[in-house]
Design a protein around this ligand. Structure first.
Ligand code: GCB
Length: 606
């Protein structure tokens, strides 16, 4: 698993073939693919699709858009003979939500979880210097025992459609790049770093994992390619003297190259770009390099027209430009691990990323946004023994893959272990404790851990707040609670709750990780009414007044950067409209309000 999480790098010893492009695609509603020999023969009646992309919005057919079940991808790929001397792997950056991979008919990998990478070792089954067939069976089904959680609705004619427990469309498919990787037999499989600062120097303790026993070296170069430190041995500490630190919105990255040497012969090398910084919590402050920060940014989605959740570097670039224009310095990867390229971009741009595992929907409800305020059924998610037996292992596995993949990123400054879980029951505590403990064990940098607290579990109801190193609140007072003419009440409700938090969790940093109102771009009203741009502006002004009353509020990330696609329903008009920008990335009035506010709040508060 460790090797799978290393981002593919072309080096003196490693080769990459990009397998993005046109693939065959076929739905399998009856689940007959295996019995009919699709893994060996390929797909009998395929359509063409681009990879990476979500398949849902490519076609004009509603049945395809809403399709729920197994679906298949296939393509041929050429394997250069000289690549067959060492390891050969197919790397899938993401297959949503689970996949089984066959090469030339042989099953070579299967993977659960739609937002983290995995590899299929294929050296034993390929024909060198020839064309080979890869066939992938993917499923987009979800249950209460999967991460994320969801259900299914069966129509009278037997058609099944997704009933996700979350407020975003269940986009699926091969949504991120696929690559063929050639690496030496003996190779670097993992690198961990932990950073401490002493005076102007950075001490980096590191661990390189290889699958062999030859000598390991770690070489560090600066952005000009000048060597600044090196060490020999699989584990150790090295010092970067006079280190230029990675700072919020002022990034600097060193290249760490892990090598294996056999005497004078280079066996393998792999590199990563790593920022030197520390993150800590001290009292009610979040510190980066020992300095208190104020976080400004958004909860986001990987979502855009036609591509769905398909990897899109153009949209990602635009989103970073919007964030910078507004004076933002952070975002949360709501509600799943984002493409690795986004994190590398955040590393380079100096953004503080709250990295979220896809543990969303742990609330007994098929519409968590509607039932988020009060429990509709009374039963809580964590009262079900199956959740502890089956969901917990899936959650821990998803967390392990996330931390393993993202542990070296300077931008990843905190982990979000759940989004809006129903922590109103004592039965949630042992579950949450295990997830928090696992995170601490897995992360060599011991970054702060948290989860977003849902309105339903306001101050005093949530049983797990003691576990969080800092608290993240998602609040919609003024929208789902006391909206419209009651907005002044909403503000009081929030102030009262904040005073309660002050008593319950004194000396702990808090931030708002969601607040917002659905707003139809272009709808104007004087005086404001719900759904108008003016109402969104008024709501934000009032929220900010409350945040500014409490100096232990150390950040604000409204919901959402952009409008995004969701399942259909009477509360959604072609998706969720809480964006500061439309789905096509045009600003609503509130974007200017945020820009004005955030360009006047310093990243560092010292
Ligand atoms: C929430 C969820 C988010 C929803 C949002 C909303 O609390 O975390 O996924 O989209 O509310 O707009 O209702």
């Amino acid at each position: 698993m460790a090797f799978a999480s290393l981002y593919p790098r072309f080096t003196r010893t490693r080769r990459i073939e990009d397998l993005c492009g046109t693939w065959d695609f076929q739905l399998d509603p009856e689940g007959v693919g295996v019995a009919q020999g699709w893994p060996e023969a390929g797909l009998p009646d395929p359509m063409e699709v681009p990879v990476p992309a979500s398949f849902n919005d490519l076609f004009t057919d509603k049945g395809i858009r809403e399709y729920y079940g197994d679906f298949w991808y296939a393509r041929r790929f050429f394997v250069p003979g000289e690549w067959c001397e060492g390891n050969l792997d197919l790397r899938f950056d993401a297959a949503t939500h689970r996949a089984t991979v066959y090469v030339n008919g042989a099953e070579v990998a299967s993977h659960e979880g739609g937002f983290t990478p995995f590899v299929a070792p294929i050296a034993q089954v390929v024909r060198p210097n020839d064309w080979n067939l890869v066939v992938v069976r993917v499923s987009n089904e979800l249950t209460e025992q999967t991460i994320p959680a969801g259900g299914v609705a069966t129509m009278r004619d037997g058609t099944r459609i997704a009933a996700p427990y979350f407020d975003f469309f269940n986009y699926s498919g091969l949504q991120r790049p696929v690559r063929l990787l050639s690496t030496p037999t003996e190779r670097v499989e993992d690198l961990s770093v932990d950073i401490a600062l002493t005076g102007n120097d950075a001490q980096v303790s590191y661990a390189v994992t290889t699958n062999g026993s030859h000598e390991v070296r770690l070489v560090v170069t600066d952005e000009d390619g000048v060597e600044v430190a090196r060490a020999t041995g699989a584990t150790g500490t090295l010092t970067v003297a006079d280190a230029r630190l990675w700072q919020l919105r002022d990034a600097y990255l060193y290249t760490f190259t892990a090598q294996i040497w056999d005497g004078e012969t280079l066996v393998d090398e792999w590199y990563d770009e790593i920022g030197l910084r520390t993150v800590a919590i001290e009292g009610a402050k979040i510190l980066v390099n020992g300095r208190p920060v104020y976080l400004k940014g958004f909860g986001r989605h990987e979502d855009s027209p036609v591509h769905g959740r398909g990897f899109d570097p153009v949209v990602n670039k635009r989103d970073f430009e919007l964030l910078k224009w507004m004076g933002a310095n952070s975002f949360r990867t709501s509600h799943y691990p984002y493409a690795e390229e986004q994190l590398y971009q955040a590393d380079r741009e100096g953004f503080f990323v709250i990295d979220e595992v896809a543990a969303v929907g742990m609330l007994r409800s098929t519409k968590n946004f509607a039932d988020a305020v009060t429990s509709a059924s009374g039963a809580t998610y964590f009262d079900d023994p199956l959740v502890h037996e089956k969901t917990l292992p899936a959650h821990l596995a998803a967390l392990e893959e996330l931390v393993q993949r993202d542990k070296r990123h300077a931008c990843v400054c905190a982990w979000s272990l759940f989004n809006e879980p129903d922590f109103s029951s004592e039965n949630a505590v042992p579950y949450a404790q295990k997830v928090f403990d696992a995170c601490r064990e897995l992360d060599p940098q011991r970054r702060p851990r948290s989860y977003t607290n849902v309105t339903r579990c306001r101050a005093g109801i949530d049983k797990c707040t003691h576990l969080a190193d800092f608290m993240m609140l998602n609040r919609y007072d003024g929208w789902y609670v006391s909206g419209g003419p009651r907005i002044a009440d909403a503000q009081q409700i929030l102030i009262e709750e904040m005073h309660k938090w002050e008593e319950l969790e004194p000396n702990k940093p808090f931030m708002f990780t969601e607040y917002g109102t659905d707003t139809l771009a272009g709808l104007h009203k004087l005086p404001s009414v719900m759904w108008s741009e003016e109402y969104q502006v008024e709501f934000f002004r009032r929220q900010h007044e409350v945040f500014d009353m409490f100096d232990w509020v150390v950040g604000e990330q409204p919901w959402n950067l952009c409008d995004f696609q969701t399942g259909e329903g009477i509360l959604r008009v072609d998706g969720n409209k809480k964006g500061a920008f439309t789905r096509t990335r045009e600003p609503k009035a509130v974007a200017f309000l945020l820009r004005d506010r955030w360009t006047h709040i310093a990243d560092y508060q010292d």
